[in-house]
Design a protein around this ligand. Structure first.
Ligand SMILES: [Zn+2]
Length: 456
């Protein structure tokens, strides 16, 4: 057995949770990487960090955040959004391109990278947009390290023009040539607009009109169409925020026919059902909408069966004024979530709805593999020393005022929780502890590794 290099520090006494097991193990860290995981790694003269009684998870990888830079920094920016991530145990975020301007060309991608790279408190990947006419930009954005490409089949924040099927197919082909994931917002735009117009014409302005205007089949149709096209184009396809029982069943059926696709559910779609419109009003307006309880139950069942690959947040900040809008058609979609994902999921684990291993699989291991982040998502030799120390038994009440986003408006304020983030480490550096984000921004761009096989 060859001697290990002397580590910079060793985490001792913790229970290390992976995607399929938990063990009492020590973690040795050197130069920002894990160099060993095993028994009794403490060395005389080397700093040891006693984590007795805590769980250590890989830092979470949230593949769906909107940090609003450039152009909407009154809502959030890269510094505030990544501080919130650090506080939530999320050490890698993938930021969406529907900013002002949208990131749909290599030039915009380069500008965004310059704008945000020195502001990030956690590591970050950037999506480019799959636009209505930018197939020729896809390869150039890939060369700049794009994590993948977002396709909005249905309209959402930014009011981006949705591409027609021919444009979608050209974009899918270009992404396949670059061997990168296309992540899709799967709702049929024409149908959304038609149902929205009808409801507006009938005088409806209440929060539930948003749900009625986005019926289930609008998602099912888009899911079916995009999977059909992506298979033909041989594109790595990921469906963001799948929200309905019928949509999930369609994915299961198409997988049985040989189609390959990964799917994501949002924390919000797991923890809120349509009664939330009565309690929280337009704050919980989300695209796709918060659904009836039967859909929520189907998504949880999909997690149990392993049909759901990834949980993400769709962290989508707006100003406090915007979140108070009472006319549903004027209200914005989405709300913050990157900081509350892990405490909510730990609470679900404490209540037996899933295991902490499931959380690691869905929020660390699977997203890192799907997007070919070769050093993320696992605590193992050679991987980045990104981890989060968790007290799984900590009972607390969610204090919105203590959150780190620019506007801390959340439906989860005051929710009783079990399980809290104690500390977060990014490449071996302490970036969050006991409620405080520590130090200056040290986040780096993460790009897909070309040599890693992506699952799906
Ligand atoms: Zn989103």
């Amino acid at each position: 057995m060859s001697a290990l290099p002397t580590p910079d520090f060793v985490v001792t006494g913790a229970t290390v949770v992976s995607h399929d097991a938990r063990r009492r193990q020590d973690i040795a860290v050197k130069d920002g990487k894990v160099v060993a995981v095993g028994d009794a790694l403490a060395v005389d003269g080397v700093r040891s960090l006693d984590a007795t009684g805590l769980l250590v998870l890989p830092g979470l990888v949230d593949v769906h955040v909107h940090l609003r830079e450039p152009g909407m920094t009154e809502k959030e920016d890269f510094a505030s959004g990544t501080r919130a991530a650090a506080a939530g145990g999320v050490t890698t975020v993938v930021d969406m391109p529907n900013t002002k301007p949208p990131v749909a060309t290599a030039e915009r991608f380069r500008e965004k990278l310059e704008l945000v790279r020195d502001k990030a408190f956690v590591d970050f990947g950037l999506y480019g947009m799959l636009d209505h006419d930018n197939a020729e930009e896809i390869g150039a954005m890939a060369e700049l390290g794009a994590m993948g490409f977002k396709l909005f089949m249905g309209q959402t924040t930014g009011d981006n023009r949705c591409p027609n099927d021919a444009a979608i197919f050209r974009g899918l082909e270009a992404a396949a040539a670059a061997d990168l994931v296309v992540g899709v917002h799967a709702e049929n735009d024409h149908l959304l607009r038609m149902f929205g117009d009808r409801l507006r014409a009938s005088g409806r302005k209440d929060p539930r009109a948003h749900l009625e205007g986005r019926p289930t089949f609008v998602e099912v149709e888009a899911v079916t169409r995009i999977i059909t096209m992506a298979t033909e184009a041989r594109t790595k396809l990921h469906i963001h925020h799948l929200s309905t029982a019928a949509g999930l069943q369609r994915v299961v059926d198409l997988r049985a026919q040989g189609h390959r696709v990964t799917i994501e559910t949002l924390v919000a779609h797991l923890f809120l059902d349509e009664t939330a419109y009565d309690t929280y009003g337009n704050l919980v307006k989300l695209n796709p909408p918060i659904r009836p309880a039967a859909d929520v139950a189907a998504l949880w069942a999909g997690i149990d069966r392993g049909d759901v690959d990834v949980i993400a947040t769709d962290h989508a900040p707006h100003t406090a004024d915007e979140q108070a809008e009472t006319d549903v058609w004027q209200a914005y979609g989405g709300f913050i979530g990157v900081e509350t994902m892990l405490p909510l999921l730990l609470t679900a684990a404490a209540r037996g709805r899933l295991t902490v291993e499931d959380i690691v699989r869905l929020c660390c291991y699977a997203p890192a593999r799907r997007w070919s982040m070769s050093r993320k998502g696992q605590i193992a030799p050679g991987f980045d020393a990104d981890f989060v120390l968790v007290d799984p038994a900590a009972d607390h009440v969610l204090d919105a005022a203590a959150l780190h986003s620019k506007h801390n408006v959340t439906p989860y304020a005051g929710w009783p929780l079990t399980g809290a983030v104690v500390a977060t480490y990014l490449r071996g550096r302490l970036i969050f502890e006991k409620g405080e984000v520590i130090g200056s921004p040290t986040g780096r761009q993460v790009s897909p590794a070309r040599d890693v096989e992506s699952r799906g």
